[in-house]
Design a protein around this ligand. Structure first.
Ligand SMILES: C[S@@+](CC[C@H](N)C(=O)[O-])C[C@H]1O[C@@H](n2cnc3c(N)ncnc32)[C@H](O)[C@@H]1O
Length: 310
């Protein structure tokens, strides 16, 4: 099913359901200025919001927990829920996982309800609820962003999240994907009680913001004797990478956030390079690969790589 059909049927379902069960979100009125002095707000015109409205539908509590577990939320995190409804994800992140958490929501009634529920859960100090259009935000601050929106919203947010969130930060979406930016992890839960759609299951997806690793690198091995550097070329689309060496062969490469691993064949040895990318540097350890291309855990040295051109 195409994204637009999904979105249309999702909206139609909820518009219908709302008459009975749900509070439909308010229209795009009364929003504070995008240029306000609040932290995290873009100092420029916001991306235009999609035409569709996202209705208010709640993520079931069990899924809230699974979303937060999937992102391994902890005390160290600052979580933002975009379109926070009654604040359940924000409150759970603070209460059950110890994080600081902020909910952004356009419906003032839901903001009031969220604050009441946060006080009741005794997490008012660790939580914040802000009446704001999510498309006016800058995403440099949060380490985790959670979403239960619509396909068009996810696709509009995608370039902003990729450009603004720090590499290694996480995005978790309930129900809707990010088009051809494939999720790093997907969980599916059967649900006979799901109120909409023909598929009686919930899907939760996790993306880790990938570091930018594309370009030409000079790779140096420090494993005993001095060896001349080799040229490495990495092509990248989202977290998918393909790499080539001027001397030797790249068997596979894998990028998760700032962690880049690469299995190579060089001078007759099969080696696994794994380490952290920090801007134009990639450093880490070298392990010898086993017969089946598996890691033996046997560290034989270290490497460092410097990007010479993007
Ligand atoms: C499907 S509900 C999800 C609620 C909550 N995150 C959850 O998972 O239970 C989407 C919420 O997004 C809010 N919303 C829609 N458009 C928004 C926007 N542009 N900015 C902020 N909130 C928005 C709606 O009012 C609604 O409460």
């Amino acid at each position: 099913m195409s994204a637009s059909i999904n979105a249309a049927s999702f909206t139609a379902h909820f518009a219908q359901l709302s008459r009975r069960h749900f509070l439909i979100a308010s229209a795009w009125v009364g929003l504070p200025s995008w240029a306000s002095a609040q932290p995290g707000v873009i100092a420029g015109p916001p991306a235009a919001a999609p035409d569709t409205e996202v209705p208010y539908v709640q993520t079931p509590p069990i899924l809230v927990r699974r979303m937060l577990q999937m992102a391994e939320v902890s005390r160290k995190d600052l979580l933002w829920d975009l379109g926070s409804g009654d604040g359940r994800i924000v409150i759970a992140a603070a209460k059950e996982f110890g994080a600081r958490a902020v909910g952004f929501e356009i419906d003032p009634a839901l903001i009031r309800e969220s604050k009441r529920l946060a006080r009741r859960a005794r997490v008012a100090e660790r939580t914040q609820f802000v009446e704001r259009d999510l498309f006016t935000l800058n995403f440099a601050q949060p380490s985790v962003v959670t979403l239960y929106l619509l396909p068009e919203f996810n696709m509009k947010l995608r370039p902003l999240l990729l450009a603004q969130m720090r590499p290694g930060s996480k995005v978790v979406s309930h129900e809707w994907d990010m088009g051809d930016w494939r999720a790093d992890e997907t969980l599916t839960f059967p649900s006979t009680q799901k109120p909409h759609g023909t598929k009686k299951e919930h899907v939760v997806m996790l993306w880790v913001i990938p570091a930018n690793v594309a370009g030409h690198w000079l790779l140096r091995f420090q494993s005993g004797g001095a060896t001349p550097p080799v040229q490495l070329l990495i092509a990248q689309r989202f977290q998918q990478t393909t790499a080539t060496l001027d001397q030797g062969e790249v068997l596979w490469s894998n990028l998760r956030g700032t962690q880049l691993s690469m299995a190579i064949k060089s001078n007759g040895s099969s080696l696994l390079l794994s380490g952290e990318v920090n801007a134009a540097r990639w450093r880490g350890k070298i392990e010898r690969l086993g017969q089946w291309g598996n890691s033996t855990g046997h560290v034989v040295g270290e490497f460092s790589a410097q990007r010479t051109a993007g």
